[in-house]
Design a protein around this ligand. Sequence first.
Ligand code: PLP
Length: 364
Amino acid sequence: MSRVYNFAAGPAAMPLEVLEEAQGELLDYKGLGYSVLEMSHRSAAFQEIIDDAEATLRRLLKIPDDYHVLFLQGGATLQFSAVPLNLMRTRHAGYVVSGNWSRNAWKEAARFGRADVLASGEESGFSRTPELDVLPDQTLDYVYVCQNETVYGTMRRGVPETGSVPVVSDVSSCFLSLPLNVSRYGLIYAGAQKNGGPAGVTVVIVRDDLVGDGPALADVTPQYLGYRLQCDKGSMYNTPNTFGIYLCGKVFRWIERTGGLEAMEQRNWAKVNLLYDYLDQSSLFEGTVEPASRSISNVCFRTGDPKLDAAFVEGAAERGIVNIKGHRLVGGMRASCYNAVSEEAVRALVAYMRDFESAYAGRS
Ligand SMILES: *Cc1c(COP(=O)(O)O)cnc(C)c1O
């Protein structure tokens, strides 16, 4: 077996132990004689799997009792619609546009009501996290932020001050990379494929009072997207992504076993700081994000010469370093250093950057 150093942005590296456990159980789950892939979502065995996934996640994030945990489908993208459909009680929300993900969410929300841009990072080329300088209108239904902009490699520190307006956050690409104070948010959600498991599962954590009697725009909201209904049905209004939820549960257990979110955060900063420190002293590569907004997971950098970037990416693959090409909106390189990416992998990347840089200096 040969495993490469995989810096994919999502779907992304999963812990080897989790893959091996799933492999061991693939044909015969705990003596039942069939696979989780072949299991009814209405069975006791699956109920145990989803309950354990939820309970582990609640312990990891210390989720307060008045928050529901949902395991839904449709990716983070379907939450761009579900959030306004459920929470736009007066059809007026505020959006902080910090990159392409929050911009897409804002555009979608504008289809259902008034979606004001409260702050935007556009003029900085999204190289830093835009902040709210004033308390937003207290009649807004919610204020929306994206905690970590995966494409641009920026991460918001903390939660914006919004008074009594609930904050909704897309935490897809920093979910479980570090502790999160759930009680400061009305709703958070994450596509699992960055750090929480495989593609096809979206975790939604929502405070009970926001769910109310049903979606605010009940007349136009597909039933599947109604949080109230999904809460009442335990995420099983229809067939959920059973195997995906099973794998998420294993990833949550793996995080717990390896020290929980505080330990994850320390390890993750230690990893990405190897890259940021290298970038700060390099005369060839430059980081694209201002230091105070740097992501804990997605490190974006470039040489400034697209040909040289391409040569770097190509040479990396020869060393077993893969998926470091930047998103097409930004170009250059992006190394996504999620929980399952080892420090060894990051050291290998930094060593390659050093070699590439000295070879380049020798040439020019
Ligand atoms: C990946 C990502 C998305 C989109 O996720 P899908 O599951 O593909 O819909 C949305 N927001 C953020 C922050 C992401 O990283």
